[in-house]
Write a protein that binds this ligand. Structure first.
Ligand SMILES: *Cc1c(COP(=O)(O)O)cnc(C)c1O
Length: 412
């Protein structure tokens, strides 16, 4: 049976039919966040319309990217911008830009950097993984990562000492995975890098404050189009025109294997423009209502403590942190997360900190009424654990091994 593709739904509406059934896929409910492994975001209707409209036409890609530059520049307070395949690609192309400038011969020679400046200092506490190591996105350009400081303590003199003749740029990463204390601020990094005449590149993949990073002194900033913006899989690079141009020119070199198509460019532009028009207060109020309904549904459950917590990088959003006391709840936090993911429908929670005894529920990617499904599934699994013959406490090491084994068994 051919998969049926829905017409773009009105804002926030669930699809009329579910393509997942036709593809033999589980109808997951995502309370994890905007995860690449789960299909990132529900794409906003404005982007779906733009993508459909452009797919059947020829366009001159450099002209489309010129239009994108105007839209991105306005949204980011930048001189210029362009659309990439992803934020990760944007980091690689930005690093390449800092090394080659607009030298087309040098661009074709990458990842062989020859005599180019090729070092990129990064605070060790910023060396996160987002599904792949961020420092690999740097190395892909041919650059060498220079780790700065210690995981939980970095001083300005350490960054200044790491910047030398061979430094191409300094990378600053904003992530909920980054160490949350002891790091240099963006302002400090900018001051030190600029004093040495080197640009600062910012990985702001998931950050709502689109103009903030350039306003605080960064030279280039990269975002994901498919996270908070609700765009298609793509990335956005913005900043100083000479650097943006040099990053764009990498499409004639290492960027070729990371190319974005017309649908990604048009979709990212539409998502960015829709973001600027969105009623953010109304969206936040809806999310807040979901969090409060879950918290109320979990009150008085033995061993379960639910608390609304702010986003660690300061985005204007909250999540529900659900702490599980295994003795009282008769299940560990990770076994509860796994039970939710295996049920009907599968509910995928945010569990990257689960060994601390909690997971989170992220309300940013729900179709209408899905918050009720999540509340029901939570109640079912908590009650099942409470009344089960034996408590459930899988060793964490076993869970980790099982996950790696499942990964290595793909496509079986
Ligand atoms: C998601 C993420 C990325 C990768 O973004 P893509 O657009 O999926 O490549 C990079 N850095 C951080 C901090 C992220 O959260």
């Amino acid at each position: 049976m051919p998969a049926q593709v829905d017409a773009p739904a009105p804002p926030g509406a669930a699809p009329v039919s579910d393509i997942r059934a036709a593809l033999g896929l589980r109808p997951i409910v995502n309370v994890s966040g905007t995860m690449t492994a789960l299909g990132a975001s529900i794409v906003v209707p404005e982007a779906m319309v733009a993508i459909s409209a452009v797919l059947g036409e020829f366009v001159e890609i450099d002209d489309l990217q010129r239009r994108a530059s105007t839209v991105i520049a306005r949204a980011c307070g930048a001189e210029a911008g362009f659309v990439t395949a992803s934020c990760s690609a944007g980091i690689t192309l930005s690093v390449a830009a800092a090394m080659t400038g607009a030298d087309l011969a040098a661009i074709e020679r990458l990842p062989d950097t020859g005599a180019l400046r090729n070092e990129v200092p990064i605070q060790i506490g910023h060396m996160v993984g987002y599904g792949a190591p961020v420092e690999q996105a740097v190395r892909l350009a041919g650059a060498r990562v220079v780790p700065v400081g210690q995981a939980t303590e970095v001083h300005g003199y350490q960054l200044a000492g790491a910047i030398g003749l061979h430094t191409a740029a300094v990378l600053y990463v904003v992530s909920h995975h980054a160490v949350e204390y002891g790091q240099l601020t963006l302002e400090e990094v900018v001051e030190i890098a600029h004093a040495a005449g080197r640009p600062v590149l910012v990985d702001a993949a998931s950050e709502y404050d689109i103009p903030g990073f350039l306003a605080r002194g960064a030279d280039l900033v990269a975002f994901s189009a498919h996270k908070f913006l609700g765009g298609p899989t793509a990335g956005i690079v913005a900043g100083r025109k000479s650097l943006v141009r040099a990053a764009f020119l990498q499409n004639r070199g290492i960027g070729r294997g990371m190319k974005v198509g017309k649908e990604g460019i048009a979709g990212a532009m539409a998502a960015l423009e829709a973001w600027q028009r969105r009623d953010h207060a109304a969206v936040r109020a809806r999310r807040r209502a979901a969090l409060e309904s879950w918290r109320n549904a979990l009150a008085d459950r033995p061993g379960i403590r639910a608390e609304i917590v702010p986003d660690p990088t300061g985005n204007p959003l909250e999540r529900l942190r659900l702490a599980v006391d295994p003795a009282a709840a008769r299940i560990t936090a990770w076994d509860l997360a796994d039970a939710l993911a295996q049920g009907a429908p599968p509910v995928i929670v945010r569990d990257h900190e689960v060994e601390l005894g909690w997971f989170q529920l992220d309300p940013c990617n729900l179709h209408p009424d899905e918050e009720r499904v999540v509340a029901r599934r939570l109640a079912e699994e908590i009650e099942r654990a409470r009344t089960a013959a034996a408590p459930l406490a899988t060793p964490l090491s076993e869970r980790r091994r099982r996950r790696v084994a499942a990964l290595l068994a793909w496509p079986d």
